[in-house]
Structure formats: C-alpha cells, structure tokens
Design a protein. Structure first.
Length: 426
C-alpha cells in the first residue's frame, strides 16, 4: 500500500477546506440542472393538479326542540321525548338504505354520485359516497345539538344534497311518528270499545238481576196483599156478625121494654117523678143503649147487615189493599226496562268512553304539528377545499425543484471532483 508523503498530505488537507465562493460558482455553473429540476417538479405539480379532484366538507348543525312534540304527546298511549326523537332521526340519517332511498327519489343527486355506465345493482360508488357522510350526536348532558358532515368532490353539489337529505329524512321520520300516533289512537279506541262492551254486558247482567229481584219482590208483595185482604175481609165479616148479635140482643131488650120507635129516657119517664130523675142521670155523659132505637130500627139494621154478609166485604182498609193490588197489576219500571232500545245511555262510564273515542277520531295530526329538530346552521359550500390549494402546491413544487436541482448539481460536482482526485492520485 502506497503512503502519502508529508507534502502531499498537506496539499490534500488544504484542498479539503470548503470555500463558499466555490459553492456559489458551482451553483451558477449548474443552473441548467436546477432549472431542469424546477421545471420537472412544476410540470409534475401541474399534472397532479390537473388530474386531482378538490374535496369540500359541509356541515349541518341541528338541535332538539322543547315543544315540537307537544301535540302528539297529548295523544293517549303515546309519549316520546325530544332526545328520543333526535336519536331516532340520527339513526335514520346514518342508514345507507335511507340514503339510497333518498337518491332513488332524487335522481339528480344520484347521477352526480354514480357512474352512468355502471349497472344499477352496483352500489359501490354510492357506498363510497355514503362513507363520506358522518353523523355526530353531541353528549346530551352537555349539549342538545348534533351535526352531520359530508365530504364531496368539486363537481358535486354536496351542500344542497346534505340539506335536502336532512329535510327528507326529517319529513320521512315525521310521517313515521304520525303513523305511530294513528296506531296509538286506533289501539286506544279499540281498547275503549272493548271496555265499553264489557261495561254494557255488566250493566245488562245487573239489570237482569234487578228485574229478577223486582219480579220476586212483586210476587211476594202481591201474595202479602192478598193475605192482608183476606184477613181484612174476615175481620170485617166477623165485625158485622158481632154487630148483628149485638143488634139481636138490643132488639130483644127493646121488645121486652115495648120500645118500638126510637126514644130517650126522658121521654119514657114523663113528669118530675123520681124515675125521670134516674133516667136523666143515666143519659147524662154517656151514649144511650141500642135498645132505645126501638125494635123496628134494630130489626131493619139487623136485616140489612144479614143480607150484606153474602156480598163482598168492604172497608177503608180493604179498599186501600185493593188499590195496592190494582197497582201491582202493572210493573211500570220493568216495562220501561224492556221497552229500552239500548242500555248505553244509562251507563256513565260507557258514555265517557264513547265521548273519548269521538274526540280521538276527531284528532287529525299533520306534519305541520310536529317539529322533530330545528336547524341551527344549514350546510353551505366552503370557499376553500379540504386539500392543499393550487398556489401552495406550485410553491412546494418550486421549492422542491430548486432543492432537488441544487442537490443534483452538488452530486454531479462531487462526482467530477472524485474522478479528478482519483486521476491526480493515480
């Protein structure tokens, strides 16, 4: 191996020192390389900008409502909170099938997102577009707002698509809520009708039991009055027979006293004799005995009473009982029950349920009565795209081209220096 002499080593060390003037001269001499590198990078940047597509991101913000669901929440059997409604809407917004149904009803947006030459069953492009859509629900404990974002290329009107998709989804969900409300109303009406029929059947059973009790009470009352009538008639007959015996005794006494015409003790005594005073004392403060009526009057009354024994007995008590028996010939309350066309007007609960069903059938909930969410900020297309701008890309290409050109000049100069050094060393 050949070793360097001290003189050669000193000269080699002096040549290794860096001189900025040499660098400047090298750079000036290699301007063609630098220019070629810059032109190449700028050309590549232009090709990139020509073939690349700018993407934009639009955001729509919404919030739950405080009173937009009051109308449907007043429907019996239906209840939904604003947070539940917002959550269900967000689930629908994040569904690809809903997004596909939206595009089916809006062919203009479908043509913007899909390739016209692709078959109809190919949904890869639609799925790729749907992946750029994200629904973010804010934490309900901190905020009631949510947002939906959509990233789209420059040739797609993504802001309008996002706004229309949100409004369409909210309208579809509103119709779903209306269908739920209508089903709830129909279910409530059906339940009320079942309850009404049950109350009607229970009332009819109670009415039948009441009629049965009334018939039994009527039958028992009729028998009791007949027994009372028979007892009163027997008592009246016994009273008349007792009267006849009394009259017979009085008539016998009158015949013995030779009293044939009605008279008084005073008339019988005559003058102021002691007998008259006795008769006066007897007649004062007491009723006269029957025999003072005379045999003729007593005989006439006895004959009349005897003849009346063969006739129906009558008295105020008997007439009252007969009146009651006559009233029992007709049961007006039972006849009124049987004459009813319907028992429903006499059932308060039935009438209340019927009125409630009438009011439920009159309820007409429209989409205008429901507000699921309210838009805070509509989506709009931003002025700048998501990716780097054209000016930034060209500036980076210029800088990168200059740096690469300078490095290329340095490498070429270094390569030539190495060759020269090797030749000199050889």
């Amino acid at each position: 191996m050949t070793s360097l002499t001290p003189h050669q080593y000193q000269r080699h060390a002096e040549n290794d020192e860096i001189d900025l003037r040499d660098i400047a001269i090298i750079t000036l001499n290699g301007w063609r390389w630098i220019a070629a590198s810059v032109v190449t990078c700028m050309l590549l940047a232009c090709i990139y900008l020509w073939f690349s597509t700018s993407t934009y991101t639009s955001t729509l913000r919404y919030t739950q409502t405080s009173d937009g669901l009051n109308v449907i929440n007043h429907v019996p059997g239906f209840a939904i909170t604003p947070l539940q409604a917002k959550t269900e809407l967000e689930v629908r917004l994040g569904s690809f099938e809903r997004f596909r149904a939206f595009l089916a009803q809006h062919p203009d947006y479908a043509r913007m997102l899909s390739n016209e030459n692709a078959p109809e069953e190919d949904t890869s492009e639609l799925r790729e577009s749907f992946r750029q859509l994200s629904v973010t629900s804010a934490d309900s404990t901190s905020s009631d707002q949510g947002e939906i974002r959509y990233s789209y290329p420059e040739d797609v009107d993504g802001a309008s698509l996002l706004n229309d998709y949100y409004l369409w989804s909210q309208d579809q969900y509103t119709r779903v809520l209306i269908e739920r409300v209508e089903r709830s109303i129909q279910n409530t009406i059906a339940i009320n009708e079942v309850s009404m029929n049950a109350h009607l059947a229970a009332y009819q059973d109670e009415l039948d039991a009441t009629v049965t009790r009334m018939n039994e009470e009527h039958y028992i009352r009729h028998l009791e009055l007949q027994d009372q009538l028979a007892a009163e008639q027997a008592a009246e007959r016994s009273s008349r027979m007792e009267r006849i015996r009394t009259l017979e005794q009085a008539e016998d006494i009158a015949a013995r006293l030779s009293i044939h015409q009605p008279t008084t003790p005073l008339s019988m005594a005559g003058g102021n004799t002691p007998d008259r005073v006795v008769y006066d004392n007897v007649s004062i403060g007491s009723d006269l005995p029957l025999y003072f009526l005379g045999t003729e009057a007593l005989s006439a009354e006895r004959e009349v009473l005897t003849q009346g024994l063969d006739e129906p007995m009558t008295s105020p008590a008997i007439r009252q009982i007969e009146k009651q028996l006559e009233q029992l010939q007709h049961q007006r309350r039972i006849e009124a029950f049987e004459a009813r066309e319907s028992d429903s007007p006499f059932i308060d609960t039935y009438n209340q349920l019927q009125q409630e069903n009438t009011l439920l059938r009159a309820k007409n909930v429209t989409p205008d009565d429901i507000t699921v969410t309210e838009i805070v900020d509509v989506a709009y297309r931003p002025k700048a795209s998501d990716g780097p701008g054209k000016s930034l890309v060209l500036a980076l290409a210029l800088i990168l081209g200059g740096m690469m050109g300078l490095m290329l000049v340095m490498l070429v100069t270094f390569s030539r220096s190495v060759k020269s050094y090797r030749a000199q060393y050889a």
